[in-house]
Design a protein around this ligand. Structure first.
Ligand SMILES: *[C@@H]1O[C@H](CO)[C@@H](O)[C@H](O)[C@H]1NC(C)=O
Ligand SMILES: *[C@@H]1O[C@H](CO)[C@@H](O)[C@H](O)[C@H]1NC(C)=O
Length: 456
């Protein structure tokens, strides 16, 4: 249970660990800081904020795995038997543990259930209702904060249709319905603004024809043109088109007009996101070379295309589902591995310049249990929401995919905190600063610090 009271303080263990971190960091700095990097200036900002301290509580989960039934024995070198067993339970739609990963409608949260005491609490994995009482349909989504209307908009895949396999070897899919949009002032209570970019029903040659693929829509605002610009992954049923699509609107709630698709810089592009920097410069980041690496490049001034500039990053690392954010001048990215709808381990990355080089740090997930940490809480990254009033605190947005019924995929929103102990870097490289740790804390139930506005 998480409480928020203005005077709440960090637990003793947090203080002790902060102290250990401080000593360790100083020690590391004396070893590696020979280029005067400024990474050390950012270390304890988030941890010092008493409101954020409570969110750093490490909460455990103890799930009893039922005795094994007839199931093909599968052991992998990387995962413990327990991890494999729990992931199998997660992927088995008839598992006795189904309710643990996909709690039923009775446990749903949302403003229409505000008679309970759970108002404004996030419950990762539960069904989340909009202000009309319907489950939110905004998968693989992202958030736009609109300064003009002082409102948050959540865009994502509207997947409220039947799940099927297009052919024997194809992954589970739902036909394109469109991009759903929801609005909110508090990031918890969401009003359905409808489908802002709809599937094409009749023209089979159209990118948005229903049997194609539209994934991971993200929207940013262009100050110069006054347009809201949406970028998305566009593909055919077999994922061979591997392109990005662009759409625009003069209003955050659409309707968006679809412009075109292309292979950015001439390369295949699957999972992707866009990121708008403080200076108005925007970037496209996409998995390429059959998901073996990420590419990053600036968008044109109107955000409607890429330029000729592109860098290959995390080459050979096989990462997808990128989510970028910035804190105190440093760029961070969370990615997942590539394992289809099945969950895997997240990684955090950091860079001084968005164009790289990017350095890989460790798994940011903390709490729950080992399997939770190895599976990103049975979810996959999609976006990180900055909270301007709460420096160092972000919301990590992820999708808990349900491949047997994709419309019933769940949202896992958790506090992401930058600060404290430096992270252990996987690609250790002299000359890089020691990055502050990025941590995504598991909570069964949590809420944003009470009484603090999330609006700018
Ligand atoms: C709400 O909280 C009150 C006081 O803590 C408690 O008595 C009540 O049972 C709670 N209601 C629900 C629906 O959880
Ligand atoms: C997708 O792959 C299947 C099986 O290989 C094939 O039959 C089908 O024609 C392909 N569809 C497209 C649109 O490429």
């Amino acid at each position: 249970m998480i409480r928020f009271s203005p005077g709440s303080r960090c637990s003793l263990s947090t203080v002790v660990w902060s102290l250990v971190g401080f000593l360790l960091l100083n020690h590391l700095y004396s070893l590696v800081n020979h280029n005067g990097g400024n990474g050390g200036d950012v270390r304890f900002r988030a941890g010092d904020n008493p409101v954020i301290c409570d969110l750093k509580e490490v909460e455990q989960e103890n799930i009893q795995i039922p005795p094994p039934r007839k199931r093909s024995p599968r052991t992998t070198k990387r995962h413990s038997r327990r991890a494999t067993a729990l992931i199998d339970e997660f992927l088995d739609e008839n598992s006795q543990l189904r309710h643990v990963f996909f709690p039923g409608m009775k446990a749903a949260i949302g403003p229409t259930k505000s008679a309970s005491n759970d108002s404004s609490y996030y419950h990762p994995g539960r069904i989340w209702l909009d202000t009309d009482g319907n489950p939110i349909q905004a998968h693989g989504g992202g958030i736009l904060y609109d300064e003009k209307s002082r409102t948050y908009y959540w865009y994502g895949e509207y997947k409220d249709g039947p799940t099927y396999h297009a052919h024997k070897k194809a992954a589970a899919r739902v036909d394109i319905i469109g991009v759903g949009c929801y609005s909110s002032k508090d990031l918890w209570s969401w009003k359905n603004e409808g489908i802002v970019l709809a599937a094409e029903e009749t023209n089979e040659a159209h990118d948005l024809y229903k049997s194609n693929v539209l994934e991971r829509p993200k929207v940013i605002y262009n100050e110069m043109t006054g347009n809201y610009v949406m970028w998305m992954h566009i593909d055919d049923v077999n994922y061979t088109k591997a392109a990005v699509g662009v759409a625009i609107s003069d209003h955050p709630t659409g309707p968006f007009g679809y412009l075109y698709s292309k292979r950015p810089h001439g390369f295949d592009s699957r999972d992707m996101t866009i990121f708008k920097d403080d200076n108005g410069e925007a970037y496209l980041i996409y998995s390429s070379e059959v998901n073996s690496e990420l590419h990053i490049g600036p968008l044109t001034g109107d955000y409607l295309d890429v330029t000729h500039v592109m860098r290959k990053i995390l080459v050979g690392k096989r990462r997808e589902a990128p989510a970028i954010f910035k804190y105190e001048g440093v760029y961070y990215m969370i990615t997942s591995g590539c394992s289809g709808w099945a969950p895997n381990k997240a990684l955090a990355h950091a860079a001084k310049s968005i164009m790289g080089p990017w350095e890989t740090m460790g798994n940011p997930c903390s709490g729950g249990n080992k399997v939770f940490r190895l599976t990103t809480y049975f979810a996959q990254s999609t976006f990180v929401i900055p909270l301007p009033g709460l420096p160092g605190l972000f919301i990590f947005m992820a999708d808990r995919w349900n491949p047997s019924d994709l419309r019933d995929s769940r949202y896992v929103w958790l506090p992401l905190i930058v600060g404290g102990l430096t992270d252990q870097t996987l690609d250790y490289n002299f000359g890089f600063p020691a990055w502050p740790r990025v941590t995504i804390y598991w909570h069964k139930k949590w809420r944003l610090p009470y009484g603090l506005s999330v609006l700018k």
